[in-house]
Design a protein around this ligand. Structure first.
Ligand SMILES: *Cc1c(COP(=O)(O)O)cnc(C)c1O
Length: 222
């Protein structure tokens, strides 16, 4: 059994102050999330909308829920009333549906655009050309109920730290390139997981998404 509070505290203490920790609780029971909550943690990440909604119903309402997974557009309506930040906006269609559902809820929803930086084709996201086209077009400005807060990316799953670093550096360069165009709200670079967050922080990440190092290994791939 993982000592969740101890893991959480030691990771939190090791992070530079400008880096926010999202505790990734996907597949883990509410009792595990409560342990982290009681240790003072409030930001949790889930990768399935239905699971996040169920946990939101059961858990204290001051939790910030982060959707870090691939987003099915027909389910956005379920999280629109409460989601804190959607990391996985991996195509324009997602942004448009978030806009529609945010408007219905009289909210402005914060999102990150997910960029495909890994070698693996299984990972989702805008590629560099699509991101450039989308941001240059200005179409995102029509979504007045969506606030573009930054970028998110996942590196290749590999022991090759140099490759991981190159991929994170590439995302940081894109982030810096678009910061001035989008404006002041574009301040979040979400990159780094249990296996690679130190590398991500060296490359300029200011938000890390950490699951197994806090809650222990998951029983099934999330
Ligand atoms: C599962 C997941 C994480 C956390 O992974 P760990 O290796 O358990 O830290 C981070 N980001 C995303 C997008 C994930 O799906």
């Amino acid at each position: 059994m993982a000592d969740i509070a101890a893991n959480l505290n030691s990771i939190a203490e090791s992070l530079p102050p400008h880096v926010q920790l999202i505790a990734v609780s996907k597949t883990k029971p509410v009792s595990d999330i409560l342990e982290a909550y009681e240790a003072g943690h409030r930001a949790f990440g889930e990768n399935k909308i239905q699971e996040m909604c169920d946990k939101h119903d059961e858990m204290p309402k001051d939790i910030e829920w982060h959707m870090i997974g691939h987003v099915q557009t027909n389910k956005i309506k379920y999280m629109a009333p409460f989601v804190h930040l959607i990391h996985g906006c991996d195509r324009e269609k997602v942004v448009k549906v978030v806009e529609k559902e945010a408007a219905k809820n009289n909210r402005v929803i914060d999102v990150l655009l997910q960029v495909h930086i890994a070698e693996e084709s299984t990972k989702f996201g805008f590629d560099e050309a699509e991101l450039t086209e989308y941001l240059e077009s200005g179409r995102w400005k029509e979504c007045t109920h969506v606030r573009l807060r930054g970028l998110m990316g996942m590196a290749t799953f590999t022991e090759d730290t140099a490759q991981v670093r190159r991929e994170f550096d590439a995302l940081k360069r894109l982030f810096d390139r678009w910061k001035d165009t989008v404006g002041e709200s574009f301040d979040t670079l979400s990159m780094g997981m249990s296996g690679d967050y130190s590398t991500a922080i060296e490359a300029g990440s200011n938000m890390v998404r950490i699951g197994s190092s806090i809650f222990g290994e998951r029983n099934y791939a999330g």
